[in-house]
Design a protein around this ligand. Structure first.
Ligand code: TMP
Length: 202
């Protein structure tokens, strides 16, 4: 199974993805935890480049770099793990490109979706958990703002983008209130995975 976590910066998705990974490992599941941008050596190099403070990239270069990271991580790490029967947990995947670069920065969505299909070999998560939080609340939680978190209006567009994507794909994208206690969020996630795995509700 391929599981992704999405949300604006400060939504707590990295913590929740990590907790799910630890829980599944403790139960003896064969799983890997990865992230975007990053997740593999080349991806982590791309991550450094994109997130470099003051790095001034045109919108299309940004799209290509995020996509390059996802492409190499998909081909070299995610697809082989899925083929081996492992569960893959990804902290962000292509919904972030759509929300940040298309909704946030206005880059053409149809074009990006075409690029994603090619670069990601048409891979899509089986389920995506969207941690929803207001921009104001999220700002209080940033460890350190990066160049994607400085602009409030931009983050509002990204948040709206994620919510619209969730409306389009209610079967795949589960919205979770980021303000809930961590253990409650973890229960929501594991109940959904259980239901997907067995076809029934716990
Ligand atoms: P992170 O904070 O979740 O590690 O993500 C790093 C930043 O990169 C975050 O501000 C969101 C941004 N980002 C995009 O703009 N587009 C993307 O496709 C991805 C994966 C991340």
């Amino acid at each position: 199974m391929f599981v992704s976590f999405e949300g604006i910066d400060g939504s707590g998705k990295t913590t929740l993805a990590g907790r799910l990974y630890e829980k599944l490992k403790a139960e003896g599941a064969d799983c890997i935890l990865t992230r975007e941008p990053g997740g593999c050596p080349a991806g982590e190099e791309i991550r450094k480049l994109i997130l470099e403070p003051g790095c001034d990239l045109p919108a299309d270069a940004e799209v290509f770099l995020f996509l390059a990271s996802q492409c190499v991580n998909t081909v070299n790490r995610i697809l082989p793990a899925l083929r081996d029967g492992k569960t893959v947990i990804s902290d962000r995947f292509y919904h972030s490109i759509l929300a940040y670069q298309c909704y946030g920065k206005g880059y053409d969505r149809a074009f990006v979706e075409r690029l994603c299909r090619t670069a990601l070999r048409s891979l899509a998560p089986d389920v995506t958990f969207l941690l929803d939080i207001t921009v104001d609340e999220a700002a209080k939680r940033f460890a350190e703002p990066d160049r994607f978190t400085e602009d409030t209006a931009f983050l509002e567009r990204v948040r709206r983008g994620f919510l619209e994507l969730a409306e389009e794909e209610p079967e795949r994208i589960v919205i979770i209130d980021a303000g809930l206690p961590l253990e409650v969020k973890l229960d929501i996630v594991t109940d959904k995975l259980y239901a997907l795995g067995t076809g029934e509700k716990k």
